[in-house]
Design a protein around this ligand. Structure first.
Ligand SMILES: [Zn+2]
Ligand SMILES: [Zn+2]
Length: 376
């Protein structure tokens, strides 16, 4: 997760309400939050000052928040945006509680979610309609304190808040988080996947399962790849046509054989040198590889076979969140195709369980995503 260079600015909303002329968000000066003071250090469930909205922002009462591998990367110190001490959490849905004086389009009581990358609305990329690569990004849980808390401050509210459809629950909306939206942008916009085409999806966690759902909704043939049997079974439930057990590292051979020469689109939803390269090597000529899994530490610079990229006219795309303006299109696909977001939710937990679960996220073999729905 990249960002601009003004992280300190975003810590300001968390100063106690006394420092602001704006209305405090609750009668108590402190809220419950998950908090850490050092990377790879102890994580606590404790009291921190209530947030207040910036002039162009809101405070949201968090009703549901997804637990994501990106939160683990943040705690590990892989994300240069995080300034300690920190409250993680970026896949949120909730109700607006307080608004800044400059906010035009929102009011307390509105049910909302946000993409994990928020744009400033004024830089050249925001002006071009691509806030997901904004020069001054706002990312709750990265550039600012996040949603593993009772309340979270969201900046640039008019640019980035998304109104929830009436029939969408908070946990479902949180499950969109950086899973469905990342998958939607990766498959639909960057991958341009068409009906009848073949796609290989590496990693059947939240993003992978979302990508399977979306690819099936578009009428594609899906090859789901993982090393965990439970995750492959989940992939079958989500509609995958072929389950590829990659525990022996043989996914490429299997996919190329089964597909008769390779897939039109591959997606690495895990973020690993091997799955990135296997994705590229599973492509037919003129295929597209979509990298959505974050590449950290020694996976940051995989040895891409550029000779093959040229000879086969392959295309390699990064995909980084999704614009708030695209949500209605995604909601439409979800409703039109009857995509069941509840299927995505593997486990619901309390905020107090996060300190134990977060450090172990990389090793988890749990199928489906974990959503916090109790914030006391
Ligand atoms: Zn911008
Ligand atoms: Zn996430």
């Amino acid at each position: 997760m990249k960002q601009g260079s003004h992280t300190l600015l975003f810590l300001f909303p968390y100063f106690p309400a006394l420092l602001s002329t704006l209305v405090p968000v609750s009668s108590r000066p402190y809220m419950r939050a998950v908090f850490y003071e050092e990377f790879r250090g102890p994580i606590s469930h404790t009291n921190v000052p209530d947030p207040v909205p910036n002039r162009n922002g809101v405070v949201v009462k968090v009703e549901a928040s997804g637990l994501c591998l990106s939160d683990w990367h943040g705690w590990m110190g892989h994300d240069p945006d995080i300034v300690l001490p920190h409250v993680p959490g970026h896949e949120l849905a909730g109700t607006i509680l307080a608004i800044g004086k400059g906010v035009k389009f929102w009011k307390p009581g509105d049910r909302v979610t946000v993409p994990f990358v928020g744009g400033c609305g004024s830089c050249v990329y925001c002006q071009e309609g691509d806030p997901q690569v904004c020069n001054q990004q706002f990312q709750p849980g990265f550039t600012a304190w996040g949603s593993f808390a009772e309340y979270v401050a969201i900046d640039y509210a008019d640019q980035n808040l998304v109104r929830l459809p009436e029939n969408m629950g908070f946990a479902e909306a949180a499950s969109l988080g950086c899973r469905s939206i990342t998958a939607f942008r990766g498959v639909v916009d960057q991958g341009s996947l068409k009906e009848g085409q073949r796609i290989a999806i590496f990693g059947c966690g939240g993003v992978g399962l979302s990508a399977i759902q979306i690819a099936k909704a578009l009428g594609a043939e899906v090859y789901a790849v993982d090393i965990h049997k439970g995750k492959l079974e989940k992939a079958r439930e989500f509609g995958a046509d072929h389950l590829i057990d990659n525990s022996m590292g043989t996914a490429v051979e299997k996919i190329v054989e089964l597909s008769g020469g390779g897939v039109h689109v591959s997606m690495d939803a895990l973020g690993h040198t091997e799955t990135c390269l296997q994705g590229i090597n599973s492509l037919r000529k003129r295929g597209k590889h979509i990298q959505v899994g974050l590449m950290a530490e020694n996976h940051a610079r995989p040895p891409i076979p550029m000779d093959k990229v040229i000879a086969h006219e392959l295309e390699i795309f990064g995909s980084h969140g999704m614009q708030a303006s695209k949500y209605p299109e995604m909601f439409h696909l979800i409703q039109e195709k009857g995509i069941d977001l509840n299927k995505m939710i593997g486990n619901t937990i309390s905020l107090s369980e996060v300190p134990e679960l977060l450090p172990a996220m990389k090793e988890t073999s749990q199928a489906g995503i974990t959503v916090i729905n109790n914030f006391r």
